[in-house]
Write a protein that binds this ligand. Sequence first.
Ligand SMILES: Cc1ncc(COP(=O)(O)O)c(C=O)c1O
Length: 478
Amino acid sequence: MKETISARRVRELVGSLPAGPIHAGLADALTLLIGDGRIPLGVRLPSERELSAALGLSRTTITRAYASLRDSGYAHAAQGSGTFTAVPGGHERAHDRVLVAGGAGEDWIDLSCAADSAPAEVMAAYATALSELPAYLSRHGYFPSGLPVLQEAVAAGYAARGLPTDPDQIVITPGALTAAGVVVRALARRHGHALIESPTYPNVGEILRAADLQLHEAPLDGNGWDIAGIAETVKQVRPDFAYLIPDFQNPTGAVMTAAQRQQLGKVLRLRETRAIVDETHHALALDGQAMPPPFAAFDADAVTLGSMSKTHWGGLRIGWIRAPRPLLEKLVRARMSLDLGVPVVEQLAAAHLLRQGPVSPLQIERLRAQRNALIDLVGTHLPDWRFTPPAGGLMLWCELPHRGATALAAAAAASQVVLTPGPVFSPSGGLDSFVRLPWTRPVAELRAAVERIAAAWRRLEESGPLSAVRPRRAGAVF
Ligand SMILES: Cc1ncc(COP(=O)(O)O)c(C=O)c1O
């Protein structure tokens, strides 16, 4: 049976309508809710009569709003059974085949991407950006270090976290991954060395490797970082770089304490190892807790990477580098050998969003509910899996009772769930008894995914000893 959404729930989600023609405002609000997934695809909308009663609007208004949704492809009518949500061009249009290797049909659940859909503020920010655009059209439109209003908004964010920053210390890039690429391109010497956490975000590992850097692992466990162990490696190897994710580390969710930041910052400065600090997740504290100061507050030589992909939307493609002044020229030069800047409309929208705060409150609320649901689901359906419940970020790093994560990913794919096994996050292989589960899908999808994963895991356990399977690496992992 098709899922339905009640008129009361639609009323809660729609909230107050903007000024102007009411049917158009209602159609816009519903379009946004369907587009960002708060009203899932294929769901039956309330009847016109029910919605008119719930919203206190005339039946004609609802009829016109539904007609407008159908005209724009955000709904379709099924003879005699109601109006159902859709997206123009169908579900597959919203996917990139490089990312969803297995398939992008409606029944596939993609847990390889730890990034949520856009909260409502994003659409409003684009509307504001468009209204501000004319002021930029009379010039060439290239901003290789970034649009000044966005540099200011990013710098203000660091100042608010206790790290005074001038806007010209910020270089805007199309995301944190490109930011890492620019830093490595600007500063790496061939055959150099880099310290990297294990497990870690694999795409930056690839960047370091592609720059001919030899990688040295700093293992992370349930207790986070072993600072004394890292200090020993740094002393022996004297790496050029240390790539660190101190805030809700991807994939473990660990947070480095202020004392550890201070200790490690001191070690890195002493050995002239440049910290590349990836703060992509720093604003995703889900329990109202204060975060430790930024790593660069303890290590003035650190280069910091930031992003709006997880706090707002990956499709903005906005990230940045915060760098010590002496490095700026090199960084901008390296950047200009790759591209000449981020689109102006995106930068205007991003500045508008950041002026409202480091993260959308709606995003936090949604992520908290999804995290809590995922923790309950894994606890219920996979009781012998172990994890440390993270106080923020986007993912559960689950330890299985024995190895078999790669085989599980293959078995889950047979049930149309895409998940990423531990070895993908390990710079040197191993970690096959770990699986990363992001909580960045709606609760109903998380439930279906965990049920399918649990069934796949049971099938595997019943099938006897697990044979070695090569980890799947389909494009990027987020
Ligand atoms: C730690 C980390 N760094 C960087 C990125 C890439 O972010 P962006 O979309 O800003 O390039 C991700 C995305 O998953 C991430 O988890």
